[in-house]
Design a protein around this ligand. Structure first.
Ligand code: GUN
Length: 283
């Protein structure tokens, strides 16, 4: 078998084209430009690259983005003060504080400070709670992008066994809830899971979000499975996912590449959330 490659890049471009038209029409009618502010603390190279992608996405869809770069030694109180200022700034519709933050800053305190209406990451406890309860909210970007990619394969998710590797707040836990909504039977595996292969071999949908290069080998995959690779690892200065892609291609029915899979979809969901935040705030 040779798996079909599900291109996040192509799907993201299609959605961005449509979004650009909607944004342009909104600007024409309302004379308001949706505005995302991204806050980056420190100079982590991976974070810098992610933030660049988010700014480029705004440009592509006719939205405004502002990058606020702060030094690594920024104090927690200073960051809280900045977020509060952005909360009250009527020209700002979306606020994103790039994670991870330096160790001396309490991430949950910062996330809790972002106004729920501008939390386009969908990370605040209120948005997370609403997501779990299936209430109207901003869905977290990577999990929402993953669901769109799975739907792109046209498989029926209902009743499928989805196995998630990784239990992070950003990916694993929210993906669990979004897959439940789609009527999948969901298992989360993590670093303490025993007999991991027993679970992965049973997965109709396998989502790898552990951050270990090529961790998922072909022998761990059920023939015909849909494999979604969320990993972004740098090996010999080249990006690779959590899945041993070349060999997995021979076993899976659908697979997402790295780069060009989940990453572009994450940014695209952020752009959609930013436009939605702007529409709601300015209504
Ligand atoms: N760091 C890695 N992924 C993300 C994300 O989706 N949002 C934020 N704010 N930080 C991240």
């Amino acid at each position: 078998m040779s798996a079909k490659v599900v291109s996040g890049k192509e799907l993201a471009n299609k959605i961005r084209e449509e979004l650009k038209d909607k944004v342009s029409q909104f600007i024409e009618e309302k004379n308001i430009v949706p505005h995302l502010v991204v806050v980056l603390v420190g100079d982590d190279p991976a974070s810098q690259s992610y933030v660049k992608g988010k700014q480029k996405g705004c440009e592509q869809t006719n939205m405004k983005s502002t990058l606020i770069k702060l030094p690594v030694e920024t104090k927690e109180e200073e960051l809280i003060e900045l977020v509060e200022k952005l909360n009250h700034d009527e020209t700002v519709h979306g606020i994103l504080v790039q994670l991870p933050l330096p160790k001396h800053i309490d991430e949950s305190k910062i996330i809790n400070t972002i106004s729920v209406e501008k939390d386009v990451d969908g990370f605040s406890p209120i948005n997370v709670g609403k997501m779990v309860l299936k209430e109207d909210c901003f869905l977290p970007c990577t999990p929402a992008g993953i669901i769109k990619l799975i739907k792109e394969t046209n498989i029926d998710i209902t009743g499928k066994h989805a196995v998630i590797l990784g239990r992070s707040n950003i990916v694993g836990k929210p993906v669990l809830h979004l897959l439940l909504r789609e009527n999948a039977t969901v298992t989360i595996c993590h670093s303490r899971t025993k007999d991991l292969k027993e679970f992965t071999k049973d997965a109709d949908i396998l989502i790898a979000a552990i951050g270990k290069a090529k961790f998922v080998t072909a022998d761990m995959i059920k023939p015909g499975a849909v494999v979604i690779d969320v990993g972004v690892n740098r090996v010999d200065n080249k990006l690779c996912g959590d899945v041993d892609y070349e060999n997995a291609l021979e076993v899976a029915s659908y697979i997402t590449p790295v780069p060009g899979g989940v990453g572009p979809m994450t940014i695209t969901m952020l752009l959609e959330n930013t436009f939605e935040a702007c529409k709601r705030i300015t209504k």
